[in-house]
Design a protein around this ligand. Structure first.
Ligand SMILES: NC(=O)c1ccc[n+]([C@@H]2O[C@H](COP(=O)([O-])OP(=O)(O)OC[C@H]3O[C@@H](n4cnc5c(N)ncnc54)[C@H](OP(=O)(O)O)[C@@H]3O)[C@@H](O)[C@H]2O)c1
Length: 394
């Protein structure tokens, strides 16, 4: 049996199901509606929190930026390997601050493209495209000869260029490519420019190394990786450790000259450095996607270099290793004076420079005094008692 219900305000008679309570129905609808909004707001809050955490993490990954506004109008700067990546961003910022920059690159076409772009963006016309192949000692010497003919001063040298994990190959002079480009080329370049740096004090050298030095060892028996070649953990890491040992030794040699030298790890940066990555294509694509979020931008990667190059508060700091713009302590094998001395002497021989220091004293049985490692290399004690004789390399 059904009852006829007259709707409120209605005129006709509409049949409603038995037991239907319009008030309860209205309350239920309101509750459902509220439930929907409650879920919506909850999910929105979770989304906002997740986005905030991701933004925060991304900010942490990018590291601190160099924010001091000091200008370096007219200061003469050389940056190696600056047609792309960290080097290009470094030049961009130095140009914004008024520097006169010599862009030292191995590919003149790519260098010119970067130079024009930076000039357009900064309105600084004092940028110069210069040819430098760090894998050729002759090219390094030619670059220095031309630079010295053009400039009587050098305020800032940034050794930035680098290659990573390439298949084994040799430089024009027959040295293992990664050690040759990352260390030996820069070793010769810096030594040949020391006189200009000393004439322009206070002046600075910045060496871009890498945290990969943690995996590296200087292989005295096989420096050129002839017997065994491991492209990342062996040769690349060794070359980046060499950058640090070079920085530390040079800081001692340049003590009280007004020239400082520091090195840094720029972070893990999304650049062309992994161009020799040999994995499958899908892995390369996946890495590209992951790197969009988890790697630093080249601009962020340049910030530690920029702080070392620009920060007035670091004017007398030397021999340090920096990451995310902070000075970090080094592992024992990266602060070994014995290894640094050995590498310095070996590098001098390899690039054909006269010794900057007298050779370490020999003892009666033909080995050097204070040998610490039993493989015939000079020990720390001997090296530390030798007076430092800083000579001009020009
Ligand atoms: N990206 C990272 O995650 C990372 C991490 C730690 C350390 N680093 C260091 O940061 C520095 C800059 O690397 P990046 O990431 O900016 O790499 P990148 O984008 O590949 O730039 C490297 C630069 O070095 C130049 N270069 C390579 N071989 C050279 C040679 N024989 N002579 C002269 N220039 C040469 C390259 O020139 P071409 O374009 O002509 O090849 C390029 O301009 C390197 O020393 C690298 O070891 C990078």
């Amino acid at each position: 049996m059904s009852e006829a219900v007259t709707p409120i305000g209605g005129t006709g008679t509409t049949a409603l199901p038995a037991g239907f309570d319009p008030t309860a129905e209205a309350v239920e609808k309101t509750l459902c509606f509220r439930g929907f909004w409650a879920w919506f707001v909850l999910l929105l809050l979770i989304g906002i929190c997740a986005l905030f955490v991701m933004w925060l993490l991304r900010k942490c990954i990018q590291g601190p930026a160099y924010r001091k506004a000091n200008r370096i109008d007219g200061k003469v700067v050389i940056v190696t390997g600056c047609n792309t990546g960290i080097g290009k961003e470094t030049v961009l910022e130095l140009a914004r601050r008024g520097a006169k920059v010599y862009m030292a690159c191995r590919d003149p076409g790519r260098c010119e493209a970067a130079r024009i772009e930076i000039m357009d963006r900064t309105q600084n016309q004092q940028l110069f495209n210069r040819s430098l192949d760090l894998g050729s000692l002759e090219s390094v010497r030619n670059f220095v000869a031309r630079f010295k003919a053009e400039e009587s001063r050098l305020d800032l040298l940034i050794n930035n260029a680098g290659i990573m994990a390439c298949p084994r190959s040799l430089t024009a002079d027959g040295y293992e490519q990664q050690l040759g480009v990352n260390h030996l080329g820069h070793f010769l370049l810096t030594n040949l420019l020391l006189d200009r740096l000393k004439q322009s004090t206070p002046s600075r050298i910045v060496v871009v190394s890498s945290a990969a030095h943690l995996f590296g060892r200087i292989n005295r028996e096989d420096l050129m990786s002839e017997r065994k070649y491991s492209k990342f953990f062996g040769a690349y890491s060794q070359s980046k450790l060499a950058n640090i040992l070079f920085t530390r030794k040079l800081s001692v040699l340049l003590k009280d000259t007004g020239v400082t030298v520091n090195c840094c790890h720029p972070g893990v940066v999304r650049t062309e450095l992994n161009r020799h990555f040999a994995g499958p294509a899908w892995m390369k694509s996946a890495l590209q996607v992951v790197s969009l979020y988890f790697f630093k931008t080249p601009r962020a990667g340049a910030q530690t270099t920029l702080r070392l190059a620009l920060d007035p508060s670091l004017e007398s700091s030397t021999g340090g290793y920096y990451s995310d713009s902070m000075r970090f302590p080094l592992v024992p094998w990266a602060r070994s004076t014995d290894t640094a001395d050995w590498l310095w002497r070996e590098s001098e021989k390899l690039v054909g420079l006269p010794p900057i220091e007298p050779p370490p004293a020999q003892n009666g049985n033909g080995s050097t005094n204070g040998s610490a490692n039993g493989n015939g290399s000079p020990g720390t004690a001997a090296a530390e008692t030798v007076d430092t004789v800083v000579v001009n390399r020009s």
